[in-house]
Design a protein around this ligand. Structure first.
Ligand code: SF4
Length: 386
């Protein structure tokens, strides 16, 4: 792979480094493993209403964003998040990018509950001064064995093979290196440090391991890890909307376009004792089966065949100054008429922010109300899932 030529610094937003968007400040709050307690969700909801536009945006890395922050609001926001335990490190806040299988420990497909490892990895990252230099895009993933995070192509991932060990996956490539469960966190942090060392040695500007020439091989060599045959096979689809059974059970709730209104957030907070934000614009509520009717009443989706399940969109107008269309408004107008099925991503311009991994129908605004669908120009009412 040809290393990218960087012309701009890493401006990945955080809570302390707010991005100035067309509609005001945009703060991204890292949620390792997507996990939020009820009280933390309430803090975020109140902050979105009092300091932002009243919505929480769910991102493709299972984080949340608040938009339209007015001048002065970011300071107030950071104080509230610090008090709620959502900003445990000033120096490392933008490197706490840790995905975890959202149904880990909840259903029968979970080979190993990785949620405790998420907390351990988060603490180790924050306690390692050198790792504050990781780019804001560098991503860790802990897969409970089902393979649902394969398409995320995390820089450093471990997918559990059974209750004892997992396999190291670097930049989406299985290494065949088996790691005992008790060493998973230490090996992942060491791989991130090895990336930074290689980056410095090569004077590379890579933000991701896959952008560095022979990056995965270099990291593996630096760690002294020898490849063997991979024990990984296939993967599984994202968690499907609706109720699920298993050891604990719960519900998967699709949030249309990943935009959670205050009323919806409050309904989720009342549905269980915690929630897990997924990388697929949905939320898992462990033990939330009794609350399904109330969640539907506020416009959340619990039907596996709903067209909303596969639809994502970037901010578009008015939030982004580069947008050539109000993609969320247009999607809200036409998606309810679809019969469901297929993944579709709406973008306000060619950058395609927030696009999903894997295959999807590519809908890009052309300006003047038109869209290119997989490269074919058409009017918005002709856009369909395929
Ligand atoms: S894809 Fe374009 S319009 Fe959409 S958020 Fe990104 S830069 Fe803005």
């Amino acid at each position: 792979m040809v290393p990218p030529e960087r012309t701009v610094p890493d401006r990945c937003p955080g809570v302390l480094a707010v991005h100035e968007a067309a509609d005001g400040g945009l703060a991204r709050v890292r949620l390792p493993g997507g996990v939020l307690s009820v009280s933390q969700l309430q803090v975020l909801t109140t902050a979105s209403v009092e300091l932002g536009d009243g919505h929480l945006e769910l991102t493709s890395r299972a984080n949340v964003q608040l938009r339209a922050l007015q001048p002065g609001a970011p300071v107030e926001l950071s104080e509230r998040l610090y008090a709620a335990g959502l900003l445990p490190s000033i120096t490392h806040e933008r490197v706490r990018n840790i995905l975890a299988s959202p149904l880990s420990g909840l259903d029968q497909h979970s080979r190993y509950d990785v949620l405790p490892l998420v907390g351990e990895l988060d603490r180790l990252l924050c306690a390692t001064p050198g790792l504050a230099a990781l780019p804001g895009r560098f991503l860790f993933a802990l897969d409970d064995g089902r393979g649902d995070l394969a398409s995320a192509k995390a820089d450093v991932a471990v997918r559990m093979l059974d209750g004892q060990q997992g396999e190291l996956v670097l930049a989406g490539v299985a290494t065949g290196v088996q790691v005992p469960a008790e060493r998973v966190v230490e090996v992942m942090a060491a791989a991130a440090e090895a990336f930074l060392s290689e980056r410095a040695e090569q004077e590379s500007e890579a933000w991701r391991l896959g952008e560095m020439e022979d990056g995965p091989q270099r990291v593996q060599k630096r760690l002294g890890l020898t490849s063997g045959p991979t024990g990984l096979q296939g993967g599984s689809a994202p968690a499907v909307a609706g109720a699920f059974g298993g050891p604990r059970g719960g519900v998967v709730v699709t949030v249309p376009l990943g935009v959670l209104g205050a009323e919806q957030a409050r309904a989720l907070a009342e549905a269980g004792s915690a929630v897990r934000v997924t990388p697929w614009r949905s939320v898992v509520v462990p033990g939330g089966q009794c609350a399904m009717d109330g969640l539907r009443r506020v416009g959340l989706v619990l039907e596996a065949d709903s067209a909303w399940n596969g639809v994502t969109a970037c901010a578009g107008r008015p939030g982004c100054g580069k947008a050539l269309g109000d993609v969320r408004g247009d999607a809200r107008r036409v998606v309810p008429g679809w019969s469901g099925g297929g993944r579709v991503h709406w973008s306000g311009c060619e950058r395609r922010c927030g696009k999903p991994g894997g295959e999807f129908v590519d809908v890009v605004a052309l300006g003047g109300g038109g869209y290119a669908v997989d490269g074919v120009a058409m009017g918005v009412d002709e856009v369909r899932a395929q």
